[in-house]
Design a protein around this ligand. Structure first.
Ligand code: 4AD
Ligand code: MG
Length: 434
């Protein structure tokens, strides 16, 4: 039998008889010829079936194929410069694995976004979703290589936890036998423990936020990669973030040209990102600048989504906003010694073109007494965090880390208006299905 070949590899088999296994996403027919558009996940190719060159019953059966029929198609690969894949398949044998008995719900007409999200399990088969998921895959691979190559150890953090990671807002709470448990908002506290064991670590997994608002940048379940480094101050932390983001964009530009093209992404802004150093802006200066631009933000406020949009439209490369007021940020951040503890040693990295925050990071409070006081100020129960406080009791060191949101990063790199398409099965306030 002819060997099974993935469509992306067909061009290396010109003149050979091969078998393609996949789905028929489109079909054109005239009386004597069927053009079967095939996809197998790796690419697309046209199968040409000519009456008289295949058994008659196969030719007739092909007439009755519905979209998304699953097929094994054997034929000879022919070079065809007009085809996007550079090749075409002259069909010699058609095996139908399953022919749908009804019309495929996703047609050529424009569907509304709610319908497409309801049909997400099928929508994933489209060429646009194929491009998005390939870029997602490339970024994940690029991140893992980046940290592996730099001697970071992967340490997975738990998803079920009894310690609130970021804050009581936006927690998913559940019954855990006879206690309360939460879905992890972050793996950071565990990554800090791991950094004291292994020096440089990262965790990468799904994290959960009960976001009640419907926005274009929030999911209730999203993936976050969180590195944590012993003996790093926030300057070193920011340099690592910049290196990571530059490396990510470079890899996507180098390896996903076709996919960016399919999404009609203008790559010029991405080329600018890798061309020069990122910008740094103090929070106080950011507030001043935003006020000049018409925002009514005042010292103490976190930057709102609109503020981030306006601010990042001023820059052609990502910008670090540093040293936020402590009440706008989480309990574990290091009090800024240069600012009477009014601000914390932290930074958000904002992506250009109006995208805004993709990374949140900070130096951590390494002093036991100061951390404990801060927790008490915030009415947290130190007993719930005894294990975390232990890290400050036994060989505490300066350390820093950050969290980069995978879906925010993809949304920006792909130039999309909304985050919902960049995760296989998005979870938002009104969506738990499929
Ligand atoms: O700024 P955040 O809340 O930081 C943390 O969780 C820290 N513990 C990270 C650390 O220092 N280890 O979240 C980090 C990033 C954000 O910058 C954003 O990219 C993403 O996670 N993020 C979300 N992405 C999608 N939907 C949401 N609801 C998100 N919330 C945060
Ligand atoms: Mg943040």
């Amino acid at each position: 039998a002819a060997p099974w070949v993935y469509i992306k590899d067909l061009k290396e088999h010109v003149g050979e008889s091969v078998c393609v296994k996949g789905w028929m996403y489109n079909k054109r027919s005239s009386g004597k010829i069927h053009f079967l558009q095939l996809r197998d996940g790796s690419g697309t190719v046209q199968g040409v079936m000519v009456k008289g060159e295949v058994p008659d019953e196969q030719f007739d059966a092909a007439k009755g194929l519905w979209l998304e029929a699953s097929l094994e198609v054997t034929g000879v690969v022919r070079a065809d410069s007009r085809a996007p894949s550079g090749v075409e398949l002259t069909v010699a044998d058609l095996k139908i694995l399953q022919n749908p008995s009804e019309e495929y719900p996703i047609g050529k007409k424009d569907h509304g976004i709610d319908f497409l999200l309801d049909t997400r399990h099928l929508w994933l088969r489209s060429s646009r979703q194929n491009a998005l998921m390939k870029i997602r895959n490339e970024i994940i691979w690029s991140w893992r290589c980046f940290f592996h190559d730099r001697g970071f150890m992967l340490m997975d953090s738990p998803i079920l936890t009894g310690s609130i990671g970021e804050g009581a807002d936006g927690l998913f709470e559940l019954d855990y036998f006879d206690q309360k448990a939460y879905l992890a908002q972050t793996g950071q506290l565990y990554a800090e423990a791991a950094a004291m064991a292994f020096g440089k670590v990262y965790c990468f997994g799904p994290t959960f936020r009960a976001e009640k608002s419907k926005t274009r940048r929030h999911l209730t379940e999203f993936w976050m990669l969180e590195p944590e480094m012993a003996f790093y101050d926030n300057k070193m932390n920011m340099q690592l973030q910049e290196d990571l983001v530059v490396d990510t964009v470079k890899n996507v530009l180098a390896n996903c040209e076709k996919e960016l093209g399919a999404l009609e992404r203008d790559v010029e802004p991405l080329e600018k990102v890798v061309a020069g150093p990122f910008y740094h802006l103090n929070y106080r200066d950011a507030v001043r600048k935003l006020n000049e631009l018409g925002s009514d933000i005042k010292f103490g406020d976190d930057l709102g989504a609109d503020d981030e949009t306006v601010l990042t439209q001023q820059y052609d490369r990502p910008v670090f906003v540093e040293n936020y007021p402590k009440d706008a940020k989480a309990f574990y951040m290091k009090a800024n010694p240069e600012d009477n503890g009014e601000t914390v040693v932290c930074s958000d990295l904002l992506a250009p073109e109006g995208y805004g925050e993709i990374i949140g990071g900070s130096q951590r409070e390494e002093d036991y007494g100061r951390l404990l006081n801060r927790m008490k100020e915030l009415k947290m129960n130190p007993a719930d965090y005894d294990w975390y406080l232990d890290l400050r009791k036994f060989g505490s060191v300066p350390h820093s880390g950050f969290g980069i949101g995978l879906e925010r990063t993809i949304t920006w790199i792909c130039g999309l208006p909304h985050i919902r398409e960049v995760i296989p099965f998005p979870r938002t306030i009104y969506r738990l299905k499929p």
